[in-house]
Design a protein around this ligand. Structure first.
Ligand SMILES: Cc1cc2nc3c(=O)[nH]c(=O)nc-3n(C[C@H](O)[C@H](O)[C@H](O)COP(=O)(O)OP(=O)(O)OC[C@H]3O[C@@H](n4cnc5c(N)ncnc54)[C@H](O)[C@@H]3O)c2cc1C
Length: 396
């Protein structure tokens, strides 16, 4: 019987599996896909692997290397196995080609990643025609099925993943007709905006899609621009970014979900509100780099190893409450005095000012920030003086 079951064979799950198996822990990794490797398996482009293997790699090669590393360390990886329910104490339900089953382990690590915002959640009107994909689906169709779903799509969004979609289009011989960004500037860091320019794809800021039109296939999109409504002829739409943790399992379970991050409530060790469960990777907050998720998997594996030996501090600590509409999320949400590490934040909008962490009227930590939305902001974890709530404020 496994001592640790890991749900999700992406960079976070595989890195945790490798570290635990190297420590002699019996690990079982489950993934619903036919092959392990997570998102990088679909991303034929670079750069993956700098932090882990000290060189740039393409996604599929990086995924193969992570899988080989976990297996060489002794972890068992079981693909085509979907986890369908989580119960108290590390009991989970799975379904696979062998049928449904119940598995139990002293510790279960959730590493199910994140997903892009759907068309429905973006409130884009129009008919439900073929040719509207998110980046993940596009890359699956292009790299795994070797098909070209459209020839002249519009790309919506300018997070880093939108530029990944551009590269996928280029490799597949697809020519996007425009890249649209609802905000006044691109979300990814400059010089990402150089890429559409170099590929001859017009980048239109302050522009959003209001409707996608076409009967069975996409024929055009209606857009709202600073100069008023307009339209673009196209045969597809790529909806990029707007990542949210892939957390339906948690929503349907006894585990507490954090409404701000969309992921589980975790303490500094990655432990959830039921101490039989831990989490790492993009499930915690939406998209990060693979290297970041890999490092998170390593760190949480260390905590799991300590928990198996009874060496982790008992659960509990001060809860972090966000009291600023500019702050989108903060991870971890439970802060304990024994923990070191960093608090990770993201903003909803561009903001600058003094960020304060206050407990019982006492400022535990403060720092100045000046950041755009969706950028990674980190600061040292504060040391709480008790279990009272810690309030996070931003004086702009
Ligand atoms: C289009 C795109 C391009 C990117 N390009 C780069 C890049 O160039 N460089 C870089 O560093 N990062 C890049 N990233 C980010 C990077 O790929 C991710 O941060 C990383 O893969 C996250 O790792 P993870 O382990 O948290 O999740 P994932 O890689 O998403 O893995 C999660 C796994 O969990 C499995 N799973 C989910 N639910 C269940 C369930 N119920 N039962 C069983 N299995 C389940 C999934 O099948 C999946 O295999 C890119 C991301 C995207 C979307």
């Amino acid at each position: 019987m496994a001592e640790v079951i890991i749900i999700g064979a992406g960079p976070a799950g595989l890195s945790a599996a490798t570290r635990l198996a190297r420590e002699g822990v019996k690990v079982l990794v489950l993934d619903r896909e036919a092959e392990p490797g997570g998102i990088p398996r679909h991303c034929a482009h670079s750069p993956y692997g700098f932090r882990e293997f000290h060189r740039p790699m393409r996604g599929p090669a990086y995924a193969r290397r992570l899988v080989a590393g976990a297996q060489a360390a002794g972890a068992e990886i079981r693909p085509r196995t979907s986890v369908t329910a989580l119960h108290p104490g590390g009991r989970i339900e799975v379904t696979s080609p062998d049928g449904p089953a119940t598995l139990t382990a002293p510790i279960v690590l959730l590493a199910t990643g994140c997903r892009e915002t759907s068309r429905a959640a973006r409130l884009i009107g129009g008919e439900k025609q073929a040719g509207v994909l998110n980046t993940g689906a596009l890359q699956g169709i292009v790299h795994l099925n070797h098909q070209r779903p459209f020839q002249r799509p519009v790309i919506l969004g300018t997070e880093l993943v939108a530029f990944s979609a551009l590269l996928t289009c280029r490799e597949a011989g697809i020519s996007p007709v425009a890249m649209l960004e609802p905000g006044p500037r691109i979300t990814a860091r400059a010089p990402a905006d150089w890429l559409p320019w170099a590929l001859g794809v017009p980048l239109r800021l302050n522009t959003r899609i209001t409707q996608i039109l076409g009967r069975s296939r996409v024929e055009r999109v209606l857009i709202q621009t600073p100069d008023g409504p307009d339209e673009i002829a196209c045969d597809g739409v790529i909806l990029t970014g707007g990542f949210r943790p892939d957390a339906p399992l948690i929503r349907a379970s006894h585990l507490e979900l954090d409404p701000a991050s969309g992921g589980p409530v975790v303490d500094p060790w990655g432990r959830l509100t039921d101490p039989a469960y831990f989490a790492a990777g993009n499930l915690l907050r939406g998209v990060e780099t693979a290297g970041w998720c890999w490092a998170e998997g390593q760190r949480v594996a260390g905590a799991i190893h300590a928990a198996l030996k009874g060496q982790l501090p008992p659960p509990g600590g001060a809860r972090l409450r966000i009291a600023s509409d500019a702050v989108k999320l903060a991870v971890p949400q439970v802060i304990a005095p024994e923990a070191s590490g960093r608090l990770q934040l993201r903003l909803t909008r561009p903001a600058k000012g003094r960020l304060r962490l206050i407990q019982d009227g006492v400022t535990l930590a403060e720092t100045r920030i000046d950041s755009l939305p969706e950028r990674r902001i980190t600061l040292p974890l504060p040391t709480p003086k008790g279990s009272g709530d810690i309030t996070l404020t931003l004086a702009e």
